[in-house]
Design a binder for this molecule. Sequence first.
Ligand code: ADP
Ligand code: MG
Length: 251
Amino acid sequence: MEILRVEGVNKSFGGLRALNNVNFSVEEGTVQAIIGPNGAGKSTFLNCMIGRLAPDTGTVMFGDISLTGMKPYEINQVGVSRVFQTPEIFSELSLIENIMIPTMAKRDGSFALHAFKRLDQDAEVRDKALHMLEDVGLVEKRDDISGSLSRGDKRRLELAMCLSQDPKLLLLDEPTAGMSRADTNNTIDLLKRIGDRGITKVVIEHDMHVVFSLAEKVTVLAQGAIIAEGKPEEIKGDPRVQEAYLGGAHL
Ligand code: ADP
Ligand code: MG
């Protein structure tokens, strides 16, 4: 069954056509990757799916819900979470507070600040947050200030923030960007474990190592258009993909 269907999405920034008639779909319970060189339009595409950007034309369907025109928090509320290229965490707050806020926001449908006032009193949310931190291997640091974490740990924290909302669909923009190989491998393992919970994932990536370890299907974006789609091994040998990457990243 399809969980996501994108049809005819176009997006321009002034004279620059960042997305050119993109059609894309994701089967429920699978891991799908979107790869492409820098500037291909990957982040723009993600932002169009989660309501941060409005496509000029086209539709985004999440099951039978049209996400087109919905606000980011509304999209989040129906079960779509995302991890951005640059971690977005509350740097001055502790790790556990960082998890409790989105958990409460999702549960209550309320603004984070309102939820924050009641943080200490909510044992149920606190327990859940501790579980999440355990899941991503950060429980020991639960009372540390999040801004002091390493880049890899910040990413893990952000992932835990997303997971605490029990999403049906998780979109990740370069989840291993800037990580050491060891941190990258840890993150891959973590993402695989998340898969066991049946969360559908779309991973935007630059690093083919990550894609091959995770994705069942790969979509290649170059200059705003989809140039190839298929299983990882098919994509790797595709001359159009090799060409798109020339002068840029590695395959
Ligand atoms: P990727 O994530 O694949 O590296 P992006 O989606 O970030 O690519 O960018 C695609 C193209 O759109 C790039 O040429 C980029 O410079 C341009 N772009 C992205 N966001 C904006 C914006 N807000 N305003 C103007 N140009 C943008
Ligand atoms: Mg990007």
